[in-house]
Design a protein around this ligand. Structure first.
Ligand SMILES: [Zn+2]
Length: 285
């Protein structure tokens, strides 16, 4: 049976910490490097429900995409929700490891998993990593559907293939528009509009699109937009990451058992269609 430091070495080779943004906080958050590991849980968010799930399944390692602490802290007292997560994990011998922007930049990474969930073929990164001579790593991905489809069909595909959330998938664009190329970015992608427009793609699938960047992108080009729940765009990476660790475990003869959390940790829990009648132009009467 491997010890935690063996497994972390493997995870660091999949998503080297040096690939993370300067502001990010990746790597081991808590855990004893010498402790044995037999079960590993993958999840997007290190929230209390997920920590409880890791304890209930008897995991010794929880791997999440989002950091628990992004900035420095002076306390892990259990009277804060993050401190309570730390206490839960340590009390039950569960380590926490974070792979965030380093997993975004990896090949394969978070956006590859999102593209794969929709059956989109990746042709390259949207924003190539400057330190990668192969040109394969970077933020976001440029993709192509197996055959051109309408934007309406692409929106339906995203709704059908991504895990269910209260938000679902929002779409902006002509449903009859032919889509031959799609930029995808798991997580918040509205800082990438300049690169998306420069790439000349027909559609952009991401999360957390704000009013002004989305509105401006629509005014400047016929670019069609798909906005899914942040959690839903990153969850497919958990399956990819678990499969990558499974493969490493098989190579090493570790016999690890990996699982992916199916708890929906997107913060939004309901969506109601507004009912105040609008004028035909869309402005409220
Ligand atoms: Zn995220």
């Amino acid at each position: 049976m491997p010890v935690l430091s063996d497994v972390i070495t493997t995870l660091d080779s999949l998503w080297p910490r040096a690939w993370a943004e300067q502001w990010d906080a990746v790597g081991l958050v808590c855990g004893d490097p010498g402790a044995e590991v037999s079960r590993v849980l993958f999840a997007v968010d290190p929230v209390q429900e997920v920590a409880d799930e890791a304890v209930a399944m008897g995991a010794q390692l929880l791997v999440t995409h989002h950091p628990l602490y992004l900035r420095g802290t002076t306390t892990v007292a259990a009277d804060s929700f993050k401190g309570r997560v730390v206490h839960t994990l340590i009390k039950h011998g569960v380590a926490l490891h974070v792979a965030h922007t380093n997993a975004d930049r990896a090949d394969p990474g978070v956006s590859d998993a999102l593209a794969d969930a929709l059956g989109l073929r990746v042709t390259g990164p949207l924003v190539p990593a400057p330190d990668d001579p192969t040109g394969r790593r970077g933020l976001g991905r440029l993709t192509e559907p197996a055959a051109p489809l309408t934007f309406g069909a692409l929106a339906e595909l995203a709704a059908a293939r991504l895990p269910r959330t209260a938000q679902g998938v929002r779409a902006a664009g002509d449903p009859n528009r032919r889509v031959r190329t799609v930029a995808v970015c798991g997580g918040s992608g509205d800082s990438l509009f300049a690169e998306v427009r420069a790439a000349g793609v027909d559609a952009f699938l991401t999360a957390d699109l704000r009013h002004h960047p989305a509105s401006e992108a629509r005014e400047h080009s016929p670019l069609a937009l798909l906005d899914a729940a942040h959690w839903a765009t990153e969850w497919p990476w958990c399956q990819l990451a678990a499969a990558q660790l499974d493969a490493a475990s098989e190579r090493q003869g570790w016999g690890l058992r990996t699982e992916v959390s199916r708890l929906v940790t997107d913060p939004w829990t309901a969506q109601l269609p507004s009912s105040l009648p609008s004028s035909p132009s869309g402005a409220p009467n």
